[in-house]
Design a binder for this molecule. Structure first.
Ligand code: NOJ
Length: 587
């Protein structure tokens, strides 16, 4: 398969005269891409107001080029009151003024494409912001109006209508129903599976689908290469909206995914996603190869999740199994195997991910005594929820251990078949900021639970670019929207730039090898079982090996292998614990 570098083609529409000197026109670029997640609010601040912005993203394109990523995924950059960090969208076809303008976004797209970097953006179709004009119109139009049909408005029950329409809890805490208080007092409720500022769209109404068709085309016309679909498993609700079993942690109906839930993975999703795919196909081949959809779906059973990437549906879906995985050989091996087998059955690549803006940063998670509890948002697995009902991750962190393992995990992730995602700051080895003062916190789950859930702010702290004191080059002397800790000083991109042992240097070397090595990216692997059980070793053809030492003792390099790259120093030629090596093999 050709890898990179074939000439680009002219596109159509607004960009018809533009020639993209980008990577390739091959259809399957996304099958082995390394995608870097930008959380715009915290990436780079060009105008010194303490908040990241699109011009900051343009300024830092060199960082991404030097790193060697193939694509970026930008978390929502749309106008938003920021009740949920931009996942409360008040206009799907513009840029939030604090981030810049549509012209800046166009410039970013063109500049990224010129460097061979494709651009995915976030599509947030499950809910909007209460400030979205269509929701405002629904409020104004009143009960029974066609405007209210675009959302889930229902009457309450009881003598004064004060009992919510059903028992559903919100994923951010509290009831999923918010009562509207109009000029004449309390009236109907509307559904919000997340914050009350995020009313859920009613996807049973065809006008909602039509609006989103326009949104998708708007961004594809501007040259966006793909859409990461937020809450891709939640758009359709069971039409009867039945109560769910009580969640002992909240006393309300369970909001998170379980098999048979009326909230998730409803059959109507199939048609919605196939229709989106048909839109993407219209654009595919015009330039830059396929336009793609990446699902964020928390469906836990793999056979059900694989339906999202059935032929004709979405291209990839995040592998949250890997994101949740503990740092043990047995679990990693099981997660890798079952995901590769499941994805192969539908011909989709497995999408590897170690962290994102919703989870405890990997360097901290792997420094905990228990390493399989990353999900700060919904607690994930019910067993974890029972144990850590307050969602807090209370264990002490050994950050040196965590960073060593995070480096080892990065080499493992990047050696596996399929696309890999890097959450901004992972390439710097940033830890979670666990001690943010409560006054600084912004995550709605913190407020909705009276502080019982600390939330996700600790992985969203603005990046350190340079200097030894805050704001570390995130702006000049502004106060970043979340405070940066003193430990950022030694972890800035500038501090790591010329240090050959830094995490940044490791990522750069790994991505350079991955880009040029014919065995890496899409494909298959074969396990070499000739090792202690706590040592994972697989090979990929031609001539590549990856060995991860999860045991407590150093292990020898496999016979016939030469070292290509190591996540940490070898110990007298042996691979120490919590270290991954990439190998050249000639057997
Ligand atoms: C998933 C996003 O990743 C998260 O940040 C957001 O809060 C929810 N979806 C709701 O949009």
């Amino acid at each position: 398969m050709p890898r990179r570098g074939s000439p680009g083609l002219a596109t159509s529409g607004a960009f018809a005269d533009k020639v993209w000197p980008v990577t390739s026109t091959e259809r399957s670029w996304w099958r082995d891409a390394v995608v870097y997640q930008i959380y715009p609010r915290s990436f780079a601040d060009s105008n010194n107001d303490g908040t990241g912005d699109v011009r900051g993203m343009i300024d830092k394109l060199d960082h991404l080029t030097t790193l060697g990523v193939n694509a970026v995924w930008i978390s929502p950059w749309y106008p938003s009151p920021m009740a949920d960090g931009g996942y409360d969208v008040s206009d799907y076809c513009d840029i939030d003024p604090s981030f810049g303008t549509l012209a800046d976004a166009d410039e970013f797209l063109a500049a990224a494409h010129e460097r061979g970097i494709r651009v995915l953006i976030d599509l947030v179709p499950n809910h909007c912001s209460i400030e979205h004009p269509v929701f405002q119109a629904a409020l104004a139009a009143g009960p029974g109006s066609p405007e209210r049909e675009l959302f889930h408005f229902r009457d309450g029950s009881g003598p004064d209508g004060s009992v919510p329409p059903n028992n559903w809890g919100s994923l951010f805490g509290g009831s999923a129903w918010q009562r509207v208080v109009g000029a004449e007092g309390p009236e109907q409720y509307y559904l919000h599976m997340f914050a009350p500022e995020q009313p859920d769209w009613n996807w049973a109404n065809p006008r909602v689908a039509e609006m989103f068709d326009d949104v998708i085309r708007f961004w594809f016309d501007r040259g966006v290469d793909g859409l990461r679909v937020d809450v891709a498993d939640g758009l359709a609700k069971h039409p009867d909206m039945p109560d769910t079993p009580i969640d002992p942690a909240t006393g309300l109906g369970i909001a998170y995914y379980y098999q048979g839930s009326p909230l998730w993975n409803q059959p109507e999703l199939d048609a919605i996603q196939r229709h989106w795919r048909s839109i993407a196909e219209e654009y595919s081949g015009r330039h830059l190869g396929e336009r793609i959809f990446v699902c964020e779906a928390n469906v836990r059973e793999l056979d059900a999740l694989m339906r999202f990437v059935d032929e004709g549906r979405m291209h990839t879906t995040f592998n949250f199994d890997a994101l949740l995985c503990e740092w043990t050989a047995a679990t990693l091996r099981a997660v890798i195997d079952r995901n590769l087998i499941a994805h192969a059955s539908v011909g989709a690549p497995t999408t590897w991910v170690l962290g994102n803006h919703d989870t405890t940063r990997v360097a901290t998670r792997y420094g905990k005594p228990e390493t399989g509890r990353p999900y700060t948002l919904d607690g994930g697995d019910p067993a974890w929820r029972a144990r850590f009902g307050d969602y807090f991750y209370p264990q002490p962190t050994d950050i040196e251990l965590g960073r060593r393992r995070a480096r080892a995990a990065a080499l493992l992730e990047l050696a596996l078949p399929g696309p890999a995602y890097i959450y901004q700051g992972e390439e710097l080895g940033l830890p979670e900021v666990e001690d943010l003062p409560d006054e600084a916190r912004q995550d709605p789950s913190f407020f909705r639970t009276g502080g019982r859930i600390k939330g996700r702010d600790g992985c969203r702290v603005p990046l350190p670019w340079s200097g030894t004191t805050a704001p570390y080059g995130f702006g000049v002397d502004a106060t970043p929207w979340l405070p940066q800790p003193p430990i950022w000083a030694g972890l800035s991109a500038a501090a790591q730039d010329t240090d050959p042992d830094s995490t940044l240097s490791l990522y750069r070397r790994a991505l350079a090898i991955r880009a040029g090595h014919p065995a890496l990216g899409d494909g298959t692997l074969a396990w070499d079982e000739d090792h202690p059980p706590a040592v994972l070793h697989f090979t990929r053809e031609p001539g590549f090996g990856c060995l991860v030492n999860l045991s407590e003792a150093p292990v020898a390099l496999p016979a016939g292998a030469e070292l290509l790259l190591s996540s940490g120093p070898l110990d007298g030629g042996l691979v120490p614990p919590d270290t991954t090596v990439w190998l050249s093999r000639w057997s």
